[in-house]
Design a protein around this ligand. Structure first.
Ligand code: 4AD
Ligand code: MG
Length: 430
């Protein structure tokens, strides 16, 4: 019977078949220890010369690292380690004998590993990261659905910018006009809320940002959420509940993955309500006490976010940034029109921004003025302005960067390891 390694605990004493790859092999004369991976988990298979056929033993001696194989045997408990299972092999055949695998146990530099990304994905830490990324994706879908959000797919080819014109990838659209790769589906979701009330999208977005930081990719996955009749304060409560749910799901379902990554689980367990709140003005004051020379109305830079978030063990909402450093669509704060009703959510432990959100400008004339001030095309944004003519309502939303959230939850330094095939300024391969 074919059994997944992750299900071994239910099959102790039974004869099973496992199909997978050998990621390490150690042998001493008449006994071989094969470290096997089948996609679901990892196990050790013990092959004893006397207990398998001659052919099986001959095959065992041929095994190289990353060879694919089919192995049969009895599931047993590890003699010393609680909750660990092994396979006592009875039969074995190689599917394909691997050539010498380029990734070894010695330390490799990041460039080498990124060049070998198609192979690097197999190593246990990368397996763990992709599993956690997957859990975050499913947790997000579950939470959104349970909380009344409909999935609305936004387009990737767009005629105009959502997040500023300097970071757009241009596409020649049939030699007739220029199209741009979407930076965020937000504007389209704003149209959809008047139909469905609350919605989200989840897909690849593109930023032609010349940033070479550990937080930037040129292609990444964003979940945008948008809700009618939700204002700034409630917008933050929604984000807080979503993040707590996601972290909780990973803690519940990804023990092994977090263990492989040696993630400090206690740090994740502290992700509980209420998150820390401060205004942009308060954040600036705090940063100055920490040695930053940031100006009163400056945007927070990557270094500022690192310094600030190392001070706290919970995520931090920073609210009400200066309008001048934020996008055109954000609604000004009624108490101070130089600031907007926005929030960036920063992850602790030095990670920095994982979510950007805001209440949107819902007044037609005020929005038109902002569009003009930002030098954007009135014509291109005609449809977006229309939304403020036919039953406009207060509304808010946010977008999270999947790779940033995954990096934080996994405790990985650079976002490039959290996406299967990273796209960076200087990297399009493999
Ligand atoms: O803060 P951003 O630019 O917000 C928006 O695009 C809004 N339209 C979202 C919305 O309100 N619906 O991007 C949202 C998130 C950031 O907080 C960050 O997590 C991630 O997207 N992000 C990136 N992740 C990786 N590489 C990049 N270059 C990123 N730029 C933004
Ligand atoms: Mg942002």
């Amino acid at each position: 019977m074919d059994v997944q390694i992750s299900q071994f605990s239910k099959h102790v004493g039974e004869k099973v078949t496992v199909k997978g790859w050998v990621y390490n092999v150690r042998s001493s004369g008449s006994i071989a220890f094969l470290q096997i991976r089948d996609g679901s988990s990892f196990t050790q298979a013990v092959v004893v010369k006397d207990q398998v056929s001659e052919k099986a033993w001959e095959q065992t001696t041929q095994i190289t690292i990353e060879s694919s194989l089919i192995i049969m045997g009895e599931v047993s408990r590890h003699p010393k380690k609680e909750g660990v299972f092994e396979l006592q092999a009875t039969e074995l055949s190689i599917v394909q004998r691997a050539e010498e695998f380029p990734i070894g146990k010695k330390e490799h530099g990041p460039d080498f590993l990124l060049d070998q990304r198609h192979l690097w994905l197999r190593v246990p830490a990368q397996w763990a990261i992709q599993r956690i990324r997957n859990e975050i994706i499913y947790a997000t879908y579950d939470w959104m659905r349970e909380n009344g959000y409909l999935k609305i797919d936004s387009p990737i080819f767009t005629p105009n910018a959502c997040e500023g014109t300097t970071e757009l990838f241009e596409i020649d659209y049939f030699g007739e006009r220029t199209a741009y790769l979407s930076q965020s589906g937000q504007l389209y979701l704003e149209a959809a809320i008047s139909s469905v009330g609350r919605c989200f999208d989840f897909g690849p977005v593109f930023r032609a940002e010349k940033s070479k930081t550990r937080r930037h990719l040129t292609e990444f996955w964003m979940m945008d959420a948008e809700a009618a009749f939700v204002e700034h304060e409630e917008n933050m409560q929604i984000q807080e509940a979503l993040i707590i749910f996601i972290v909780g799901r990973v803690l519940k379902n990804c023990h092994k993955e977090l263990e492989i990554l040696e993630r400090d689980v206690e740090a994740l367990e502290k992700v509980q309500a209420p998150f820390i709140r401060m205004t942009h003005a308060e954040a600036i004051a705090k940063l100055r006490t920490l040695g930053s020379d940031i100006g009163d109305m400056d945007d927070l830079g990557a270094d500022d976010e690192t310094i600030l978030t190392k001070e706290f063990d919970k995520p931090i909402f920073i609210e009400k940034y200066p309008a001048a450093v934020k996008a055109f669509y954000m609604k000004p704060d009624a108490e101070d029109s130089t600031r907007v009703l926005n929030s960036d959510l920063l992850a602790p432990e030095g990670y920095g921004e994982i979510i950007g959100g805001s209440q949107r400008e819902d007044d037609h004339d005020a929005l038109l003025e902002r569009i003009r001030k930002h030098g954007l095309s009135e014509k291109d944004f005609g449809w977006y302005l229309d939304l403020r003519k036919y039953g406009s309502v207060p509304h808010s939303g946010f977008g999270f960067g999947l790779e940033r959230i995954t990096a934080w939850i996994c405790g990985i330094h650079h976002v490039r390891e959290t996406i299967p095939f990273p796209r960076l300024i200087n990297r399009l391969e493999p």
